[in-house]
Design a protein around this ligand. Sequence first.
Ligand SMILES: *Cc1c(COP(=O)(O)O)cnc(C)c1O
Length: 453
Amino acid sequence: MEQIKTFLDESEIPRQWYNVMADLPTPMKPPLHPGTGQPIKPEDMAAIFPMNIIEQEASTQRWIDIPEEVLQKYLLWRPSPLYRARNFEKLLGCPVKIYYKNEGVSPAGSHKPNAAIPMAYYNKVAGTKRITTETGAGQWGSALSMACQMFGLPCRVYMVRISYDQKPYRRMMMNTWGAECLASPTNLTQVGRNVLAEHPDSPGSLGIAISEAIEDAVTTPNTKYALGSVLNHVLLYQSIIGLEAKKQMDKLGIYPDIVMGCCGGGSNFAGLALPYVADLFTGKKVKIVGAEPTSCPTMTKGPFAYDFGDLAKSTPLLPMYTLGHDYIPAPIHAGGLRYHGMAPIISHLVRESFIEPRAYDQMKTFEAGIKWARSEGFIPAPETNHVIAAVVDEAMRAKEEGKEKVILFNWSGHGLVDLSAYDAYLSGKLQAYELPDEEIEKALLAIKDFPKP
Ligand SMILES: *Cc1c(COP(=O)(O)O)cnc(C)c1O
């Protein structure tokens, strides 16, 4: 019998997260205070995040212990299985072995609980009484709702309006886990009211929802905000994926030629890839590829610039690839990839050529996702379809070059709550969408006078 899955015992779960900040060969630009233009100080963020998380955000310590209480929750589904996609390989008929980390086995159905659980935990021990957040497609909101429930914290989620309407089941999951979920823009915040005054039918965006959640947190006592991607501490928590994958690949005695993931804010991709990027720094050869949508081509078309993480300009200025903080992406179905910026760590590594970015159109990604579902069975999230499209490309390239390749990628989540997107694709209602250059130029006017990294 051919082996499909590689497991780790519970006792083999990594006990520490990996922090790539300790190993970067060239230093990153610091986040800036928008008022002074000076590097941000920890106390500047104290209204939004608890101090223990702020310390991790700025940490350059290579290994950080995973608290026992967090490990205990991780064990509900971790270590996640490493799969070999033998059926997909046969379908493609290319000289590749394809391995993937199945992050769809978590209770919320994606990698997001890897970060939500430590965030809820650290807030709890810091004395936070209530948490607010935003969510795109609903995966982050549902993951944080579950995590807050586990640690006894009330949670309010501002959900991007277009997804709230397209994906009611995520809201139901949040409610089931005891959280409150509102369609953003709302009329409960100043930011929301401003957007609605100008665009009463606004589909919302992650940038707007983040602004609403931050405004709520800073104007309500004992309330903090949690961000599901982009920031250093989120990437740190997700490193559990790559650390497990390495142990599993070691068991098989295999090292990958190519490591891949899909990129919204960059957290699941970083989770798998950064422990391999660490190998790149020590001279090992491995190609690292991140896949994003052509409708929100942050890394492939945006400039590397200082920009806000949100529409209301409430975050520090982050050095990153960006399409401008007031860019509202087309309402494609991969809601989790509709973010104007990219994690500063991932942006830095793209700029330094350690990571290759690629962009895929939603028609191509659904075509790849359907191929996957019809061979491997599991139905991928629309976001995950982007990396599957990239895997197909790499497999075809290997065939053209007549070279055998081992591909490892992160299967970031299942699509069982996104079936309306598959329905739209299968009934011919989806179309290709590429962001025109003129629109990018227009969106970038918002940051033209910002400091340059
Ligand atoms: C949220 C999400 C993404 C995109 O977010 P990242 O921070 O880039 O990982 C990708 N896939 C799934 C399934 C998601 O839920």
